[in-house]
Ligand binder design. Structure first.
Ligand code: UDP
Ligand code: MG
Length: 315
């Protein structure tokens, strides 16, 4: 079996050499062939130079370098396209995905699982973040059709048919956690202890995490739109009931003018609700806008891989 290791890298000069060395050492114990697909996501540091050097030293190393930073989702997509293996392992370059787990993943693949999913514990994470994540997953699993699990990320092994299935999903806004779950196939999950990032910095800011969370809800269904319809219906019935009540009380007690405060509250509340609904609709239209442009997910600047993979973006 040929196994491809796909590694998205963005400004990882501090760890990339150590990562490769450590991984290559671990892989010696596994009785399969390996290739490495490093995707340089437009790094501004020496990452590409280091990858080129790795490519010269180790003929199994392929690198693909983007013309600018396109984001991890695009980098993973490119990695999956350039990977030629019978199975693909996706891992981060920052050693947060322990290379010693690859052996275990391969064993589980040999037992017939198409997706071998590593689930991290949240040891060492800030309590607030753990807590927010837990609440988020509870909420999101009520809303979306595929199941998203806390601690499950992109670190996983995929069989060739699972990779081919994912490559058929060409949407522009990629939310891989959801795409992997959507694809299905026999899957198995195992846990590993969380490792805190050693060098460099996480590229996530709180705002980005918030946006990522919103993507999780919106890229997978139209339930927020449905919720807007129900909310509108509820408000409408409340308004009708209130109108009937006013007409009734005018008929019983005559005209009674005060009500400035009520009017103001109702008007601002309704305006707020309408804004939110327009926002929800706008989110979906925004997505349609990006989808219809059909722009490629990334542009490759240099690579040492045979260049057939990019043709796949033109279909
Ligand atoms: N990454 C990337 N493009 C980006 C941001 C990150 O390819 O725009 C890579 C990064 O080099 C690393 C992986 O994605 O290999 C995970 O990034 P990071 O460690 O910042 O995320 P976290 O582990 O905090 O989720
Ligand atoms: Mg990390």
């Amino acid at each position: 079996m040929l196994i491809s290791i796909v590694v998205p890298c963005y400004n990882e000069e501090a760890v990339i050499d150590r990562f490769h060395e450590h991984l290559a050492l671990e892989l010696l114990a596994i009785q399969h062939e390996f290739e490495f697909v490093y995707v340089d996501d437009g790094s501004a540091d020496r990452t590409l130079a280091l990858l080129k050097r790795l490519g010269e030293a180790d003929p199994r190393v392929r690198y693909v370098s983007f013309s600018r930073n396109f984001g991890k989702e695009s980098a993973m997509l490119a990695g999956l396209r350039y990977a030629t293996g019978d199975a693909v392992v996706i891992m981060d370059a920052d050693l947060q995905h322990p290379p010693e787990l690859v052996g275990r993943m391969v064993e589980l693949r040999e037992q017939g699982h198409d997706q071998v999913i590593a689930k991290r514990t949240r040891d060492g994470d800030r309590v607030t973040r753990t807590w927010l994540a837990r609440g988020y997953y509870k909420l999101v699993n009520r809303l979306v059709d595929v199941e998203l699990v806390d601690g499950v990320g992109d670190f996983r092994l995929l069989s060739r048919r699972a990779v081919d299935a994912i490559l058929q999903l060409t949407e522009y806004n990629r939310f891989s956690k959801g795409l992997f779950a959507w694809v299905g196939f026999p899957s198995v999950t195992f846990e590993y202890g969380n490792a805190v990032r050693e060098e460099g910095r996480s590229k996530w800011t709180f705002g980005q995490l918030l946006n990522y969370g919103a993507d999780g809800v919106i890229s997978f269904n139209n339930k927020p739109l449905r919720a807007a319809v129900y909310l509108g219906l509820i408000l409408l019935s409340v308004a009708v009931a209130y109108a009937l009540w006013i007409v009734g009380s005018v008929l019983m007690d005559g005209v009674d003018t005060p009500g400035y405060a009520t009017l103001l509250v109702v008007m601002t509340a309704l305006a707020g609700v309408q804004m939110v609904m327009i926002g929800v609709i706008g989110e979906y239209i925004g997505r349609i806008y990006y989808e219809v442009k059909r722009r490629p997910h990334y542009l490759v600047q240099t690579t040492n891989a045979p260049s057939t993979a990019d043709l796949k973006d033109l279909v």
